[in-house]
Design a protein around this ligand. Structure first.
Ligand SMILES: [Ca+2]
Length: 132
């Protein structure tokens, strides 16, 4: 008789390569969401947050042990290190930002979760190009 033991599922690794960063100062914050609720700016509702330093216009955020399924990543270039996307009086971001799946913000709002969402069932490399 065989005793079947399933190994603990460690999940997948999601690597987010962020391009288009300028200048190479401050921090790059990558926030991973599993649901529309709170996306993209409510860190309290995010599944995970990673911070990286930009080098040569790029940065890499690596999320380990991510359960398979649907997720979306929001990225900000946090020039002043407050871990928030700064805005001017009119609500327009004054720091760079970007989203997974090539999702773009409109003039006044971030893209919906579904537009930025990708489904991962294995280790995944995502690419996010920042807009300013
Ligand atoms: Ca900031």
């Amino acid at each position: 008789m065989f005793l079947l033991v399933s190994a603990a599922h460690a999940g997948v690794t999601v690597t987010v390569t962020v391009d288009g960063i300028r200048p190479d100062t401050g921090l790059v914050g990558c926030t991973l969401f599993r649901q529309a609720d709170g996306f993209p700016e409510d860190d309290a509702r995010a599944a995970a947050l990673q911070v990286a330093r930009p080098t040569g216009g790029s940065a890499v955020c690596t999320f380990a042990d991510v359960p398979e399924g649907t997720l979306a990543v929001a990225v900000i270039h946090d020039l002043d290190g407050d871990l928030k996307l700064d805005r001017n009086l009119f609500g327009k971001p004054t720091e760079g930002y970007g989203f997974s799946n090539g999702a773009k913000a409109s003039m006044f709002s971030a893209p919906p979760f579904d537009t930025a969402a990708v489904k991962v069932d294995a280790d995944a490399d995502l690419r996010v190009t920042l807009a300013y």
